[in-house]
Design a protein around this ligand. Structure first.
Ligand code: ATP
Length: 378
């Protein structure tokens, strides 16, 4: 939505202000097979120190597998994983000093909060005198000091989530891996935890990799997002880049709402634009943002780029379509148009619904040719 886009813009500005020159975590040409299935294919990703990266993609695309390889819980069939220049590919999990927070938290239910957080320090043979203070500090970070003596089984989901984060942070990990840590929380709590955890990790300058299949979560939290599909990274960019300039049709479909219209493209000669014949008429796209595919293509448009009314100039596309549905979201309203020749709906987002607009009305719609994306049909 619009609010999200503002958050995205702010986050992107932050990301641009952060230098990205150092390669802290380096995953190079990593391949993983299970039997005949190749789950990760020659995958490369570099993460800068104190950066927060999300791995975003549909179920089964290999997100968790990549995380487990980085954690050392599995060995790759090929490639190399290094942190701060040290090759860890052959180093066992317990010697990598990587913190992991899983979906189910994997806490010990009958131990206290304190005992759970102390566990990693004891395993590291940290001097007894040091343990108490470090556990208290870690609990203070996640605002769980008051619960130090409580049993895990007597905590809410959100409180357990905080303990899991404290337990991962207490050992001062060189890298923090989070695998859908909020999936068990209700929406309100999830949104609060997203923002709190993001602030905490930014303050502590902890390099983090976060697995999610929730695009909103990835947009809100990340410095950069790696959008994965079938064992590959299709795009690695700031939330703004991934949302505004999707590198592929998969990325367009997976991140944010969009209208997709099938058609046949040809170079129009008109200032180097592409012209696409579609079931709802001719659509033009600027070559500036598209590589200019010809033949069978899919046109993509973001809902907030489409406005009601006649086009204000030649740099806009214009169509007329019948309004099918009005969906009120509070801070915005979505309008769905259903031209008879199209299988999918045209999605339009407006801040306010103009008076007198009702389903069944034939309305003019326009959007800039500069905001028209074109992808070859897969
Ligand atoms: P989800 O969002 O559903 O957790 P994911 O992107 O994390 O999905 P992975 O768990 O990495 O996906 O799995 C990638 C693929 O590898 C899937 O097809 C999965 O079935 C397969 N896979 C994962 N672990 C194993 C295993 N131990 N043995 C065989 N196949 C596996």
């Amino acid at each position: 939505g619009l609010r999200k886009v503002n958050v995205v813009a702010r986050e992107a500005a932050h990301a641009r202000a952060t230098p990205r020159s150092d390669r802290y975590l380096d995953v190079a040409a990593v391949t993983k097979r299970f039997g005949a299935a190749t789950v990760l294919k020659d995958l490369d990703i570099s993460v800068a120190r104190s950066e927060f990266i999300s791995l975003l993609g549909p179920s089964g695309c290999g997100k968790t597998t990549l995380l487990r390889l980085i954690a050392g819980l599995m060995k790759p069939d090929g490639g190399r994983i290094a942190i701060g220049g040290n090759d860890l590919t052959q180093v066992p999990a317990h010697k990598r000093n990587i913190g992991v927070v899983f979906q189910n938290y994997a806490l010990f239910p009958h131990l206290s909060v304190e005992q759970n957080v102390a566990f990693g320090l004891e395993a590291q043979r940290t001097p007894k005198a040091e343990i108490g203070g470090r556990v208290q500090n870690a609990l203070a970070l996640v605002r769980m000091q008051a619960f130090a003596e409580r049993r895990i089984s007597a905590l809410s989901g959100g409180q357990q989530q905080r303990v899991a984060v404290a337990r991962a942070l207490v050992v001062k990990p060189s890298l923090l891996l989070l695998d859908e840590p909020f999936s068990a929380l209700d929406r309100k709590l999830r949104e609060t935890m997203q923002i709190e955890l993001r602030h905490l990790l930014r303050d502590l300058e902890i390099t983090s990799i976060f697995v999610t299949h929730d695009q909103d979560e990835a947009l809100v939290m990340s410095d950069r997002i790696a959008v994965m599909n079938e064992g590959r990274i299709e795009q690695l960019g700031t939330p703004d880049e991934v949302y505004s300039s999707p590198a592929s049709l998969h990325v367009l479909e997976f991140v944010g709402q969009s209208t997709r219209i099938g058609g046949t493209a040809s170079a129009s000669g008109q200032g180097g634009d592409v012209s696409i014949e579609t079931p709802i008429g001719q659509i033009r796209a600027s070559m500036r943002r598209n590589s200019g595919p010809t033949g069978k293509v899919v046109v993509g448009i973001r809902p907030e780029c489409i406005a009601l009314g006649e086009r204000p100039g030649a740099d806009f596309n214009e169509i007329t379509a019948e309004l099918a549905d009005i969906v009120f979201f509070g801070s915005k309203t979505a309008l769905h148009f259903k031209p008879p020749a199209m299988e999918d709906r045209i999605q339009v987002e407006v801040a306010r619904l103009p008076s007198g607009v009702a389903p069944g009305a034939a309305l003019k719609l326009h959007w800039p040719i500069a905001e028209t994306m074109v992808y070859p049909t897969p």
